[in-house]
Design a protein around this ligand. Structure first.
Ligand SMILES: [Zn+2]
Length: 232
């Protein structure tokens, strides 16, 4: 025999050391060992490793250096079974390397769809703003009605002339020729005002808006001059 046993003989020796050969193979290897010092030497190494594995592995994982030496010595013949923890870790690493891109793409897609749905639900009804037009009675005045996402309507006024204590401005919400009062308000010294509109009906059902000068406290219907207006 050669100084170094071939791979097949090494496998047989490793199995022999573990006592896992069939009876006839065991007899063959034993007969060969009688005549082959190289294989006897190899077997001694396997038996040393087998003894160490039998005592050391169930208790602790061998230090990396020892493990490397053992593995090199035994090649593939004696491979310690990975612990359950190692198997889970290796499976996870394999799974992650294969699927992390599709998984990431799925997460991004879900987030994008969620964002789109939220945006659609919160999008205010159009139009969200109505800009009123000034009349010759208050040519510098501006007025904007803003409908918030929650449906609350606000009137923002600038440059309306301040009135006497006996008068106030009144906002009219006009639908099919009928006028609902939306707000009665006074302006600040600089002619500005910010007023929450109280609409008797859904705001979208109105077709026009107007602001008139009325007696303080407001009127059941418009009686004074119109200073701002809007028609759809
Ligand atoms: Zn041999």
């Amino acid at each position: 025999m050669n100084d170094t046993p071939n791979q097949e003989m090494q496998d047989l020796l490793a199995a022999y050391a573990l006592g896992s050969l069939e009876a006839d193979e065991t007899a063959q290897v034993a007969a060969h060992l009688e005549t082959c010092p190289a294989c006897r030497e190899e077997l001694a190494a396997y038996e040393a490793v087998t003894d160490m594995l039998a005592t050391a592995v169930p208790l602790t994982t061998p230090p990396p250096a020892l493990k490397t030496r053992l593995m090199a010595r035994t090649q593939t013949a004696v491979v310690p079974q990975p612990t359950r923890r190692q198997s889970i870790k290796e499976n996870w690493q394999r799974w992650r390397s294969t699927y992390w891109r599709p998984a990431l793409a799925l997460v991004v897609l879900v987030l994008a769809v969620t964002a789109l749905v939220i945006w659609q639900q919160n999008r205010p009804a159009t139009p969200a703003q109505f800009t009123l037009t000034a009349t010759e009675h208050a040519p510098e005045a501006t007025g904007v009605i803003t409908i918030a996402a929650d449906g609350m309507a606000t009137l923002t006024i600038a440059n309306l002339p301040p009135l006497t204590a006996e008068q106030q401005y009144q906002l009219w919400l006009i639908r099919d020729g009928q006028r609902d009062s939306g707000a009665v308000f006074s302006v600040n010294a600089d002619g500005s005002a910010q007023v929450t509109i109280q609409a008797a009906r859904p705001f979208a059902s109105y077709q026009a808006f107007g602001i008139t000068i009325e007696p303080a406290g407001g009127s059941p219907g418009p009686t004074g001059e119109r200073v701002l207006g809007f028609n759809l």
